[in-house]
Design a protein around this ligand. Structure first.
Ligand SMILES: CC(C)(COP(=O)(O)OP(=O)(O)OC[C@H]1O[C@@H](n2cnc3c(N)ncnc32)[C@H](O)[C@@H]1OP(=O)(O)O)[C@@H](O)C(=O)NCCC(=O)NCCS
Length: 176
């Protein structure tokens, strides 16, 4: 897999709807490999697809920007920029569900998705991004490497897919 073979795209709501099976496959793979990303072990296809249907509806409402990485047309990674809810935070968004299929990791896909998400947030007028990620995980190194500021650690924030408790690290990035 060469860098040039990977395409990074922002999906429309219709494209997001069409991508639900691919996106569900990436989510199921990440959970099966132990990622703490909201779901417990043995995530079913129905449940994963229901999650992505909600995301596609959020894209249609203009609440989310959905970015994917494709290799030969197949989705191998994804992330989202989610607008903050309160009316006093129009400048802020959250980065959510950064997922790269286990077979496609450690080749720069995560870094390219993150750079695209930051650019899309900036283009949407956002000046501040916030995220949380499992402490000590691959995501933590990615965000630190990409210039995000580590705010701190919240102990026992969530569960790993196997039920073990895990801490979360909160990061932010001011977009210049
Ligand atoms: C976190 C995650 C998105 C990173 O995706 P990725 O595509 O592997 O990210 P990158 O390839 O950009 O970087 C990963 C590592 O590969 C290295 N790398 C990048 N390109 C490389 C290359 N061409 N050759 C060798 N190594 C490379 C990076 O330096 C980095 O090293 P490090 O982890 O030792 O610091 C991925 O591991 C994942 O989906 N994890 C499960 C879900 C998860 O935890 N998501 C975060 C939730 S917030």
């Amino acid at each position: 897999m060469t860098d040039a073979a990977i395409a990074i795209e922002t999906l429309t709501a219709a494209e997001a709807g069409a991508a639900i099976p691919d996106l569900a496959a990436v989510l199921i793979d990440c959970v099966a490999r132990g990622a703490s990303v909201s779901f417990m072990r043995a995530l079913s296809r129905d449940r994963a697809e229901a999650f992505w249907r909600d995301v596609a509806e959020g894209v249609a409402r203009g609440e989310r920007i959905l970015i994917v990485a494709r290799l030969d047309g197949r989705i191998i990674g994804t992330t989202q920029v989610v607008a903050a809810g309160p009316e006093n935070q129009p400048h802020r968004a959250d980065l959510a569900k950064m997922l790269v299929h286990g077979d496609a990791r450690r080749r720069g896909v995560g870094a390219r998705l993150l750079a695209a998400a930051e650019a899309a947030a900036r283009a949407a007028g956002k000046t501040l991004l916030v995220l949380d990620t499992v402490t000590g995980g691959d995501g933590e190194r990615l965000y630190a490497r990409m210039g995000w500021t580590r705010v701190g650690v919240i102990p026992n924030y969530a569960l790993m897919p196997d039920g073990a408790p895990c801490d979360t690290t909160v990061f932010y990035k001011a977009l210049g």
